[in-house]
Design a protein around this ligand. Structure first.
Ligand code: PNS
Length: 161
């Protein structure tokens, strides 16, 4: 059985992430969407909230499981018997960090391959951080994130002192 992982911070999930999830899920029998910890980031949403946003967004795709994990991505892959990691590549700016992570993950676990999927043009400018910033200043983020995520971002900013 072909099993793969699509990892990320997903703080929160965007329509760009969802496009990659949808395309990756068609290439394997089982896809884990893993909410992992990126030590260089501070999160707006808890891991549980981020998992729930994704679960709600992918409930119609039947070969997907959404989980959170605090540890090395390659250890998660070993635990789940996954031999591929999917990542989205939006622009050349993503390339450097993605190659760095792919080479480190390969060094840690030679049997796990990183597969880079090029983001759809419509999504190549979307990032969770830019969406949160636009929403903070009252800009329109409709169509860039699922509706339930849009509402949660707006609510979060509203309740921030
Ligand atoms: O969405 P992000 O923040 O770009 O995702 C980065 C993430 C979470 C996939 C990366 O930081 C990660 O894999 N974290 C888990 C810990 C780990 O394995 N670190 C070494 C990566 S080379």
């Amino acid at each position: 059985m072909s099993t793969a992982v699509y990892p990320g911070s997903f703080d929160p999930i965007t329509n760009g992430h969802l496009d990659i999830i949808w395309r990756a899920s068609k290439l394997v029998e089982k896809l884990y969407v893993a909410v992992l910890v990126n030590r260089s980031k501070k999160y707006m949403f808890t891991a549980e909230e981020r998992v729930n946003f994704i679960k709600e967004s992918v409930k119609d795709i039947h070969n997907i499981e959404v989980v959170s994990y605090d540890g090395l991505l390659v250890d998660f892959c070993r635990e789940k018997g996954a031999n591929a990691i999917f990542k989205g590549l939006r622009a050349i700016t993503d390339y450097e960090i993605e190659v760095q992570m792919a080479l480190m993950n390969k060094r840690l676990e030679n049997d796990v391959e990183t597969v880079l999927l090029v983001s759809a043009v419509d999504h190549s400018f979307i990032s969770s951080s830019i969406i949160k910033e636009v929403a903070f200043y009252g800009g329109d983020i409709a169509g860039l994130v699922p509706e339930h995520v849009k509402d949660a971002i707006i609510e979060k900013w509203r309740n921030k002192d």
